[in-house]
Design a protein around this ligand. Structure first.
Ligand code: MSP
Length: 576
């Protein structure tokens, strides 16, 4: 953890004109897992999320609802927070781009970039998609699928609408000046965009040559006015991206997730030294903004690079002001179709979790596909995965340990084992296998596979988490659980309990201890359920302990399991 004492993770700020669906939930879940993981591993960790409010879409929606824009945005912000709070996400800042702290940062940025000549006035003539809040070129569009005869009608692939044709005075950002700088920056940071193949797409785009882009709109009425020309408001991306920095520059202190008092700049502390972010979690649709525009905007604002012949060259120290990684998530289809209100297949995370389970949603989203690949949310498959991994693999094993330990307790009290650490529990595993008449070869195979499984989750988890490979971590944990189940099946404590109390105790202790360790690994994914799991094994107050002491200290701890009652199964099977 030495190089990660600080960890700052962000989600995209979601448009405030709708409530979060499972696509938004996905990026927020990844951020939450990473935040918790780094926090319990001792990092000074932060997690910023929020909503993107300065958008023409919000104005349109407020008008439709017949209420003021402020009232509309307040309601939407509260709705977003309700969703995240329902899932107990641990965000440390919820930012709204209408807040004064954010306006203050963006005005400062705009003025600085304007003063150094990186923003200039020009006339924009072209296409603009309000749905994307983006200017479009013909290359970005597709022939309208609803037009059978006329393939010259081009529409936005995401919104299936023809963009507006506009001509207006705009201010432009001199992105072309940063062409070299960006290429050098990419070369120095081959893992800037993850996964690799997304970075290749970005590189290919940059190689085609970067054009200056418009950063303001004349006709929009709602947004942050340009400090040097109040008749224009800044275009949504130049505003939105800086939220990540605002959250450090005006940091809520103490770190809190409650809705900020929106007025003024009081109650915030300047913690701009916490910048840069370690990782921005984004969807592939906004990758160009994050991987190309964003570093260039930061370069302009922080005066990075060195100027040679009108071009800016990258220098090594620039990295101190630039985000380390852009982690690009997959884009969902649901049961094979694009998620859309008109198809009635939008998964609302709260509703869906109430019907099934929060853990099902998280488990499936993070284990079905590696981050970055496109994937399909197959509802039936999600239930099967949950039943196999959480209800059977984990849930049944816990149940066995609890029930048998309670039986044992009636014979004599307490489940404090003779097996105290990972190595001796492996040895116990081998001993027991020998007792149960396996061949020497079977024994060494079993024990080796257990050792391998453990090493896979224990040692390289840190490495895999550094590359944000959440699927890999989950997979390995469940392989480990397979082995524990195999161990239980081989040693059969439900049989030995009648005649050999001592060795049954040892087996159960070994299982309980391994489960405890496995749960510590699962904690960032399912904090609520894992806390309940610890309690089931008679380990009280683990949530507080894990936050206070951290992962490693708890992992190395010797525990006595005071199992008191059977309780309800924590992962109920779900019928399809
Ligand atoms: N406001 C901008 C982001 C500004 S960040 C400085 C925005 N908002 S959004 O609400 O439209 O979408 C935010 C993100 O939600 C997307 O970039 C993507 O990460 C995620 N998703 C939205 N729909 C999705 C799917 N169907 N599947 C997976 N993620 C998707 O863009």
């Amino acid at each position: 953890m030495s190089d990660a004492k600080r960890f700052y993770v962000t989600t995209p700020i979601y448009y405030g004109n709708g409530v979060p669906h499972v696509g938004h939930f996905y990026t927020s879940t990844i951020a939450n897992v990473l935040y918790l993981y780094y926090k319990i591993h001792g990092a000074d960790a932060r997690f910023t999320t929020g909503i993107d409010e300065n958008s023409q879409k919000s104005v349109i929606e407020a008008e439709k609802a017949g209420i003021s824009i402020t009232e509309y945005l307040d309601t939407m912000a509260a709705k977003h927070q309700e969703v995240w709070d329902y899932f107990d996400f641990w965000y440390t800042d919820f930012i709204r781009t209408t807040e004064e702290r954010h306006h203050s940062v963006v005005r400062d940025v705009l003025q600085h970039c304007f003063d150094k000549g990186d923003i200039y006035e020009w006339v924009y003539e072209g296409k603009y998609c309000v749905g994307c809040e983006a200017f479009k070129k013909d290359d970005d569009l597709i022939p309208d699928p609803s037009e059978k005869w006329d393939s010259s009608v081009l529409v936005c692939p995401d919104h299936l609408k023809e963009p507006d044709q506009i001509k207006e005075k705009n201010y432009f950002f001199r992105l072309s000046k940063y062409q070299n700088w960006i290429e050098w920056f990419y070369a120095a940071h081959p893992d800037f965009v993850m996964p690799d193949f997304r970075f290749n797409e970005v590189r290919a785009f940059v190689e085609r040559w970067l054009e200056d882009f418009s950063i303001s709109r004349e006709t929009n009425t709602f947004g942050i006015p340009l400090p040097f020309d109040e008749s224009q408001v800044t275009y949504v991306w130049f505003d939105a991206l800086f939220n990540y920095y605002t959250s450090c520059k005006y940091s809520p202190h103490p770190l809190t997730s409650s809705l900020p008092e929106k007025k003024g700049l009081d109650g915030f502390t300047d913690e701009s030294s916490f910048w840069p972010a370690q990782v921005h979690v984004v969807g592939k649709d906004i990758i160009r903004f994050h991987a190309i525009f964003w570093p260039a905007m930061l370069a302009s604002y922080f005066d990075l690079g060195e100027e040679h012949d009108g071009q800016i060259c990258y220098k090594a120290s620039d990295t101190m002001k630039l985000p380390k990684h852009i982690l690009t998530g997959w884009f969902f289809t649901v049961d094979g179709q694009k998620m859309s209100k008109s198809l009635w297949n939008v998964i609302e995370p709260v509703e869906y979790s109430q019907e099934y389970s929060k853990d099902l949603l998280i488990l499936y989203m993070l284990s079905a596909f590696p981050i970055g690949n496109d994937g399909n949310y197959d509802r039936e498959e999600a239930i099967k995965t949950y039943n196999a991994k959480l209800a059977n693999n984990l849930g049944n094993l816990v149940n066995r340990v609890v029930v048998l330990s309670l039986k044992l307790d009636t014979i004599s009290s307490g489940l404090s084992g003779v097996v105290h650490d990972r190595v001796s529990s492996l040895l116990a595993y081998i001993d027991h296998s020998l007792n149960y008449s396996l061949t020497q070869e079977q024994v060494s195979q079993l024990s080796q596979s257990l050792i391998d499984a453990w090493e896979n989750i224990d040692v390289p988890t840190v490495g895999k988490m550094k590359s944000y490979d959440l699927k890999w971590v989950l997979d390995e944990v469940f392989i480990m659980l397979d082995h524990l189940n195999k161990y239980a099946d081989t040693t059969e404590p439900w049989k030995t309990i009648k005649e050999d109390e001592e060795s049954t105790r040892e087996v159960l202790y070994t299982l309980a201890e391994w489960l405890r360790q496995v749960w510590l690994h699962l904690y960032p994914f399912f904090p609520e359920k894992m806390s309940e799991m610890f309690e089931k094994l008679g380990l009280d107050g683990y949530t507080e302990k894990i936050n206070q002491w951290g992962f490693q200290e708890l992992l190395d701890k010797k525990e006595i399991f005071n199992i008191k009652e059977k309780g309800k199964p924590l992962f109920q099977r779900i019928e399809i």
